[in-house]
Write a protein that binds this ligand. Structure first.
Ligand code: KG4
Ligand code: ZN
Length: 336
């Protein structure tokens, strides 16, 4: 069997990543340069700063990804790139680099949706089978996606306001945790208990949509009111209570989607899929659907933004015949 080697680019937000993926299933290299330190003092990602970092890192990334994979440009099958959704200035660096590389080496160019990439990170645990449902939770998205076949995505549930990761980050700011706060809240939550009983918005509504802004406000008000009384609340309990509410809503909604759609797999992916509370709760609750439906959680190391997941998604897109030419542009609000 021929070796299919895809050089994949991911620059949608604040990680510059270049990977070489073989046959959509083996990661030969996955260079990831994170810019978190540069954005932390601003409390979030500054688009202009992000673009400048991508420019500095992208050629280094190409060289390192190819060297580590021990692959020459001549051996490559195709070039793949995230063209949306994300920050337009950040996306453009990856898109321009990928187009340039593909043009220079006469390689086909495969356009990839960033969210499809997140889902395909789970491919490194086991092959994806269909139909399946995806729970996509990141800094910008909170979606339940129905996949009837490979490369087909239908959003059946979405957030009405904040994304789950966004809520983690905003609540983290109130606790003085640097951006992005998800990982630290996850750690703190492990040491506390759900003593605050924050709201679980829309949990019993007959749809698969979410809302996290009320939870965020409830959290912020609780902390501010305590501040005014000169009272110090337990940070671990605050974190545990917040996380319990997010996890409860996500799990309840996805389980009700699983009741309605009989699927072979539930794919958990996106930055927030790294959350231990969420992973553990889903793992426990999913036993109810075994063995018909299996939980496939993206590997911890590949939950955040990376190009290896783009390479895995590109393998499917390439087989389907998805191609872009030199007119490919970034699409910041790209949907499935
Ligand atoms: O997918 P991602 O890397 O970037 C986007 O496409 O948005 O997701 C980043 C988000 C951030 O909001 C971050 O706080 C959150 O994922 N995150 C977590 C955890 N690790 C990262 N949220 C909860 N628990 C975690 N362990
Ligand atoms: Zn992402």
């Amino acid at each position: 069997e021929a070796r299919e080697l895809i050089l994949a680019f991911e620059t949608s937000c604040d990680e510059t990543s270049v990977a070489v993926v073989e046959n959509g299933e083996h990661i030969l290299s996955n260079f990831v340069a994170t810019q978190i330190k540069s954005h932390q003092r601003f409390g979030g990602v500054v688009p202009e700063v992000a673009s400048r970092h991508h420019i500095e890192e992208i050629t280094i990334g190409i060289r390192k990804a190819l060297t580590e994979a021990d692959v020459t440009p001549e051996e490559l099958t195709a070039v793949a790139v995230t063209y949306g959704p994300g920050l337009v200035g950040s996306l453009l660096i990856g898109v321009t680099a990928a187009k340039t590389f593909a043009f220079a080496h006469h390689l086909p160019l495969v356009p990839v949706n960033h969210m499809a990439g997140h889902i395909y990170a789970a491919r490194y645990v086991e092959p994806l089978t269909f139909p399946s449902l995806g729970l996509l939770v990141s800094g910008g998205h909170t979606q339940i996606v129905l996949m009837k076949a490979a490369g087909e995505f239908e959003i059946i549930g979405d957030t009405r306001d904040d994304a789950a990761g966004e809520a983690f980050d905003k609540v983290g700011r109130v606790l003085g945790i640097p951006y992005p706060a998800g990982k630290e809240i996850d750690r703190l939550a492990h040491e506390g208990h759900d003593t605050f009983n924050f709201p679980r918005a829309m949990i019993h509504e007959a749809n698969y949509d979410f809302s996290f802004s009320g939870l965020k406000s409830a959290f912020i008000n609780t902390v501010h009111n305590a501040d005014q009384r000169g009272e110090q609340l337990d940070r671990a309990d605050l974190a545990a209570s917040f996380q319990a509410s997010v996890v409860d809503v996500l799990v309840t909604k996805v389980l009700s989607a699983l009741e309605r759609y009989q699927v072979k797999q539930l794919v958990l992916a996106g930055g927030v899929a790294a959350n231990h509370g969420l992973r553990d709760a889903l793992k426990t609750k999913m036993t109810r659907f075994a063995p018909q439906t299996k939980l496939v959680a993206a590997p911890l190391a590949l939950c955040g933004d990376n190009a290896a997941m783009i390479g895995a998604a590109a393998h499917i897109a390439y087989a389907k015949g998805d191609r872009a030419d030199m007119s490919l542009n970034a699409d910041p609000s790209l949907e499935f």
